[in-house]
Design a protein around this ligand. Structure first.
Ligand code: AHM
Ligand code: MG
Length: 359
């Protein structure tokens, strides 16, 4: 009885004394625990996160079986960015859309794969519009799919001020066009050698690993903090001839440091999820700059740059475009691109000092 009372006091996050070795904090329990701490919480965010979690599990199953089930290769269509869609891109997109709609807690969805913002159907129980908006890249790192290299899903969740004002794609886009600082949750799933789900609801960053035997995400990395300085830089150096002066000089300084300092190592996977995941754990910088060919860079604000910037800041790191903090940008377009420089606070501060020299 005493053990049970102890568990109730802790909201279910700490196991009764003596039983710690047997305890697993699942993502579901973690989110419910957070909800219980907010007595006025309706449970809507919990239901939405449960839908996202399930969509991640379904997508990871498809990714793991892709070779066997013949899911590699192009689907024969293109998306709004003019990029070829892979079969898995479409499966992942449909999986996220159907699960999020079914939660009935979301009013607006924005996907990398859909040109327009989507208005979700109203609740079948009380006819209300969900008060959350979600933006997602259902399968990031598409160029790595067929080579079985780590890929992932990225998402950001916002609260909508006036859900009843959403009637069409335009009002849906307006409702989700909020700066990243107003995000209520962000996260990513990485389908790698293990499947991780890393999430923040604005109170630190928590990493879960899918236990395939249980089918549950289990807390493995509580309160992730990025080292304040790292030894790795991550950028597509093949674009170097088109970089601006600040980026060129910064990368040069990492490769040819002053006497007595060690040069940085280069690691570039080409899946943002995997490159940012490594940066969170090992420190250093992840960069996708603007260049002469892509004046705003490649990565999309709402469902790539902003959610990752949110996680970086929550973990003690920084994220900037070189001119402004990524989380301060108010989106002008749901598929807007921004230059990205994110990672360890001291490393990004070094870059910002250089960028201000060329501003
Ligand atoms: P995608 O959403 O079509 O997969 O594109 C985004 C990806 C990121 O994961 C990654 O950081 C970047 O594109 C890699 O681009 P590049 O191949 O130009 O280096
Ligand atoms: Mg993508």
């Amino acid at each position: 009885m005493q053990a049970l009372m102890k568990e109730q006091e802790d909201g279910g996050l700490k196991p009764p004394t003596g039983l710690e070795g047997l305890d697993s904090v699942t993502l579901t329990r973690f989110v419910l625990h957070g909800q219980r701490k907010h007595h006025d919480a309706s449970g809507d965010l919990t239901l939405l996160l449960a839908a996202v979690q399930l969509a991640c599990k379904v997508t990871e199953t498809c990714v793991r079986r892709a070779g066997i089930a013949k899911l590699y290769g192009l689907a024969g269509s293109g998306n709004v960015q003019g990029e070829d869609q892979k079969k898995l891109d479409i499966i992942a997109n449909d999986t996220f859309k159907v699960n999020i709609e079914s939660s009935e807690r979301c009013g607006v969805m924005v996907s990398e794969e859909d040109e327009l913002a989507i208005v979700c159907t109203k609740s079948s129980i009380d006819g209300t519009t969900g008060k959350y908006a979600i933006a997602f890249d259902p399968l990031d790192g598409s160029s790595n799919i067929d080579a079985n290299v780590s890929i992932g899903t990225i998402f950001s969740i916002f609260k909508i001020d006036d859900p009843d004002s959403i009637t069409d794609a335009k009002s849906a886009a307006a409702a989700i066009s909020q700066p990243g600082r107003q995000m209520v949750a962000a996260g990513y799933a990485m389908y790698g050698s293990a499947t991780n789900l890393v999430i923040s609801v604005g109170t630190g960053v928590y990493g879960f690993t899918l236990d395939p035997s249980l089918g549950e995400f289990v807390l493995t990395h509580p309160d992730i903090k990025i080292p304040s300085r790292g030894k790795i830089y991550s950028v597509n150096e093949g674009n170097a001839k088109n970089w601006d002066k600040a980026t060129t000089e910064y990368i040069q300084s990492l490769k040819y440091p002053e006497e007595g300092k060690s040069s940085y190592s280069l690691r570039y996977i080409g899946s943002m999820v995997a490159d940012v995941h490594r940066t969170l754990f090992y420190g250093g910088v992840f960069i996708y700059p603007a260049d002469k060919k892509s004046p705003n860079g490649k990565l999309r604000l709402l469902y790539e740059a902003a959610p990752m910037a949110f996680l970086m800041e929550q973990a003690g790191g920084k994220a900037t475009t070189g001119k402004t903090e990524i989380l301060d940008i108010v989106p002008e377009d749901i598929h807007q691109r921004v230059p990205v420089y994110m990672g360890s606070s001291e490393d990004i501060a070094d870059f910002e000092a250089l960028a201000s020299k060329y501003a």
